[in-house]
Design a protein around this ligand. Structure first.
Ligand code: DGJ
Length: 730
């Protein structure tokens, strides 16, 4: 039989099966609609199959206490995953243009299966298909029972004659019915990342999105809280926290219809991305991750943190390295002697690792400024004549591990790489090159470029096997975007770029599964769970001013666990060294400072702080976070971490820029065992200082601390001061 005949026969069988399934669905499912359940400890997502064979989301929310009541959840008002071009008049989940030009997709239920993947995880996959066209869609729901987290994504495939054009392809569509909806979003810019804003949604569409390509989250994060009926606070309210695991362009859409129902669609941004999907290939969307809480935002964050540490973040259950980075201390102006001096400083601090930042490479065009050398990843022989091996050794002699900065996806127009491979660069034909930070982006979609990036890291790590840490930077977004490799399929570019990045990371992780790599994009321009599968931590912002960092880190900690939030003590900001250190300690502590400019007392303090941090970091990294007083509500921020056994806790209290005679009430602690006693000790004090805090050394029951609370600002208080307390069960 000819290929063409065979193909036609396949399509006919596919279509016939679809019609049959629709008929079976119609007859077998008359009366009570059959249900599909996705369950976690406290939440329930119910799908029903309607008499028309279509899949409906009948319920999502708090799980009823009696499973017998689930059968009452039968609503067929909201189709689960809506194809454009049929009856629905609001935002679709998916829009395709068939090979014959028909721009519609009708999806009917075909089958589903639920597999137990362990005690805590079950995976439900639901197959839908178009009865008239050979296109199928698979909806996946991974339910992480104990953490109340659901991870959902979609696969699309077809057997049409020509490539199918995909113009919308949501990872998830969810429907809600509440009287009011409140959205907390997180946005900003370079140096002002993750500012929290809350507003009530009104009829129409609210979109959070990015079109930046790389460094895609610089203006907005694909992460939000969505509260139902009334705004939630830390401990009260019904909400979901949601985030998209995708390092590229994203789109989170919230649409309230004429009946006050809300549909929430999350996925890759379809902007400039009409994707051509060849027959037989699977188009997989990134995952949308969400958690339900009816106990406020704090619970939602803790759910995500616990889940992320166990399942998503690279080595999320393993300790991190404290480090000294040289970027803010030297920028690109250093040589071997300066670095060795910095190693001495790192040794004085007592950190685990020295991280060499930008400026160590390039010979024909040395990297003395940001106009040259990206792509020429050979050590600068003038600056560092003895090579990297020498530096690794010198660091080792001081008991320090060594890490290094790279910006693998980028290229300087003044580089040997540019001279050798002008066709490896994303840029529009017939247009001027468009620079940002004087650089261009490599066409990572091209497999040769992927090899180049892989080999760059692989060679570096092979030649210097003791390199123990990488900082992977990405200092520009995409503009002037055109891939010479993709030719006529430019609509695939934004999506394939990010997929290519993940492919390179997959390859690297196969060979170097546990090497810590920091995700950085000129500050916090690229932070999401898609990336954190491959990266152990991220750089939240180039703004390291202690006061600003309280807000920035607070923002990220809503969605990401503390051991991923790199928080460095620098000389930026007018606050005391103690304040800046206390702020950095709430995340993953590091330094980016010229130690020789510190006084002997400051060095003593910092060294003791590092020791203290190492002692308490287990609670900070793996404990539960309780945000007690928000800097958005008062001129102070208070948060605490409690370990799983609830026998240790660490409390951070930061007084911000308050005004004269501003009264600060007692703070109610959280997460403790009410029936146990905890001894309170102020820690991280200046050298030779003794705590003057009236509760220092005292013991209270957890019940007292959570109901009566502590006065954290007794006596005369000063703005921009801070205190850290350790609580140990007696
Ligand atoms: C931007 C990063 O955020 C900084 O920490 C530093 O690594 C510079 N890039 C180096 O160019």
């Amino acid at each position: 039989m000819s290929k063409e005949k065979n193909r036609k026969r396949c399509i006919a069988v596919f279509v016939l099966m679809g019609m049959l399934i629709t008929l079976i669905s119609r007859s077998a499912f008359a009366g009570n609609a059959p249900q599909l359940l996705v369950e976690t400890k406290n939440s329930l997502l119910v799908f029903s199959i309607g008499g028309n064979g279509k899949l409906y989301q009948s319920y999502f929310g708090q799980k009823p206490g009696h499973a017998t009541d689930y059968a009452l959840l039968q609503s067929t008002r909201h189709e689960a995953y809506i194809g454009a071009g049929m009856g629905d008049l609001f935002e679709p989940a998916i829009r395709v243009i068939h090979a014959d030009g028909n721009p519609s997709l009708d999806l009917v239920y075909v089958s589903h299966k639920t597999e137990k993947k362990g005690d805590d995880l079950s995976l439900t996959s639901i197959r839908l298909k178009d009865p008239k066209y050979p296109v199928e869609v698979l909806l996946h729901f991974a339910a992480y029972f104990k953490d109340d987290v659901i991870k959902t994504w979609t696969e699309i495939r077809h057997q049409e004659k020509k490539p199918l054009t995909l113009s919308n392809y949501a990872s998830s569509m969810l429907h809600f019915e509440a009287s009011k909806y409140w959205l907390s979003q997180f946005d900003g810019d370079y140096m002002t990342e993750m500012r929290m804003k809350e507003s009530q949604l009104t009829t129409g569409i609210k979109v959070l999105d990015s079109k930046l390509g790389t460094r895609a989250h610089m203006y907005r994060a694909p992460a939000f809280f969505l509260s139902f009926n009334k705004p939630s606070d830390e401990n009260n309210g019904e909400l979901i926290a949601g985030t998209l695991a995708w390092s590229g362009n994203f789109q989170c859409t919230f649409e309230i219809d004429q009946q006050n129902s809300l549909r929430v669609i999350n996925g890759m941004n379809p902007y400039a991305s009409e994707y051509k999907l060849p027959a037989g290939k699977t188009f997989e969307t990134p995952a949308f991750i969400f958690t339900y809480s009816n106990k406020g935002k704090g619970q939602a964050s803790r759910n995500l943190h616990r889940w992320a540490r166990q399942y998503e973040v690279l080595d999320g259950d393993q300790p991190r390295l404290t480090l000294l980075n040289n970027w803010e201390a030297t920028h690109m102006d250093f040589n071997e002697n300066v670095l060795v001096e910095l190693f001495e400083g790192a040794k004085q601090l007592g950190v685990d690792l020295f991280l060499l930042d930008d400026g160590w490479f390039g010979n024909k065009y040395p990297r003395d400024g940001d106009k040259t050398a990206l792509g020429d990843w050979q050590v600068d022989k003038k600056k560092l004549p003895s090579g990297l091996g020498h530096l690794v050794k010198e660091a080792g002699n001081r008991n320090l591990k060594f890490g290094i900065w790279l910006e693998p996806e980028m290229i300087s127009p003044k580089s040997e790489l540019y001279e050798q491979h002008p066709d490896w660069i994303l840029k529009l034909p017939n247009r001027e090159e468009s620079y940002s930070r004087n650089q261009l982006v490599l066409d990572l979609i091209n497999p040769k470029v992927q090899d180049f990036v892989f080999n760059l890291l692989n060679d570096l790590l092979t030649e210097n096997p003791d390199i123990a840490f990488i900082k992977w930077d990405c200092n520009r977004m995409l503009t002037n975007t055109y891939s010479p490799f993709l030719k006529e399929n430019q609509g695939n570019l934004f999506i394939d770029y990010t997929k290519s990045l993940y492919q390179v990371m997959e390859r690297l992780r196969k060979k170097y599964p546990h090497l810590p790599i920091m995700l950085c994009a000129g500050g916090g321009g690229r932070v999401d769970y898609g990336g954190l599968k491959y990266f152990s931590e991220f750089w939240p912002s180039d703004n390291t001013d202690g006061l600003e960092r309280v807000f920035i880190q607070w923002g990220y900690l809503n969605f990401f666990p503390s051991l991923t939030v790199s928080s460095h003590v620098t000389s930026m900001g007018k606050q005391s060294l103690k304040f800046r250190t206390d702020v950095a300690m709430m995340g993953k502590l590091g330094y980016d400072i010229r130690v020789k400019n510190l006084s002997p007392d400051e060095i003593r303090f910092s060294n003791a702080a590092v020791q203290t941090y190492k002692r308490i970091s287990e609670v900070i990294w793996f404990g539960d976070l309780y945000r007690l007083v928000s800097p958005y509500e008062e001129n102070r921020a208070v948060l605490m971490y409690v370990n799983e056994a609830r026998n240790k806790a660490v409390l951070f209290s930061y007084l911000l820029n308050f005004r004269r005679k501003e009264y600060m009430g007692k703070v109610l602690l959280s997460g403790l065992d009410p029936d146990k006693r905890y001894k309170i000790k102020e820690i991280n004090l200046l050298p030779d200082a003794v705590s003057t805090h009236p509760d220092n050394g005292k013991s209270y029951t957890g019940d007292y601390l959570m109901k009566v609370g502590l006065n954290l600002s007794p006596g005369k208080i000063s703005p921009l001061s801070s205190a850290v307390f350790e609580l140990v069960m007696e």
